[in-house]
Design a binder for this molecule. Sequence first.
Ligand code: SF4
Length: 454
Amino acid sequence: MLEQPYEYTARELVEPDWHRLPGFAGVTDEEWRSAQWQRAHCVKNVRQLRGVYGDLLDEAFYADVEADQAGRATMSLLLPPQMLNTMVPDARPSTAAMLADPVRRYMLPVASDRLPGDDASHPYAARDSLHEHEMWAVEGLTHRYPTKVLAELLSTCPQYCGHCTRMDLVGNSTPAVPKLKFELKPVDRQGAMLQYLRDTPGVRDVVVSGGDVANLPFKNLEAFVAGLLEIDSIRDIRLASKALMGLPQHWLQPEVVEGMGRLAATARSRGVSLAVHTHVNAAQSVTPLVAEAARALLGVGVRDVRNQGVLLDGVNATAGQLLDLCFALLDGASITPYYFYMCDMIPSAEHWRVSLATAQTLQHDLMGYLPGFATPRIVCDVPYVGKRWVHQVAEYDRERGISYWTKNYRTGIERTDEAALDRRYTYYDPIHTLSPEGRAWWAAHRSPQLVPAG
Ligand code: SF4
């Protein structure tokens, strides 16, 4: 018998032993399970990182992190112990193992990860690469698709991901990226969002995001979602929280579980689907605590917990890595794999991005292993278009890595634009993945004023 390209084996989830890390050697189970303890012991700088790993890691590694933070980093450091503990999960980490680790590669970027010089950023990379701010109906409410909106309730998260697509707004400023700030007070912003949704009955689906809703005091989140549930036209509500994986302790707090139970009961009585969407990129991040948090939400009546990962080179861009992740989510934690997004064209992200051709191959290679409802679609979020399945491309110049896309609806800023549906919209492969001819073409056409700072 010949082997399958992917051999499925059911795997038990494992909580890595945090006592192997010098800074967590004396931490009790009770402390580890406490959301407050986790938040108070997040790593926000190299000094604190050294406090966790001590001399397990070389000075050169700490200097590499520091150089990235001072240089190209678009996100500041913020790592809960839970998340750090999933890096090099089955050994005392060495520098080499940390450098190679998939979770480290996107959550704890180092300068030597990035491509050198101009190659670090695509010439068309941009802050707010999806132009969400241009489509704000009211501050923080992106109305891009006809029937759904994205409500950005806050601009912080319990963990910061190096590749964050909302790097323009989310998190603390870095030397490379001074962040935008919301102008309205949260209560006024949320009030304006609810009013817009009351006035716009064509919207039936609200993604409640940020940032990460786990950073809202639960009573504020509950008040906003309760407000949504009073609007008859809203039929789908999705709460976005990477913390379900990065800080599952938050979602396991009794007051949060009870509050989610109240919201789920109201949603059910009104025929509204209330789901939680999380963001897991590597199988090793799915631990028993993550599973416990997901099942606690399902247990109090949340309709589904789904995963939207991001396709990242060096993290999950092989079919085996993606399938391992999907099975860990589905078998181990009852989380439904849903989407993998191609990494957006933000500055200094070229070392993470993969070409459309790679994404298409991965989609092909994922098919047939998972149940259809849990087979994730790999999507490209095309600027001014929105999510397109990677095989929907209208035309693809493989040599120059330029793909052309069409769309079948007008975004919020095109309601009077007659040509919007006839236009073709572009997305770009990372130049370093192109053939020598393609790279030479870009060398001749790279426009310096289009190269973003950072
Ligand atoms: S959790 Fe989401 S919003 Fe927060 S930094 Fe990560 S990708 Fe960005």
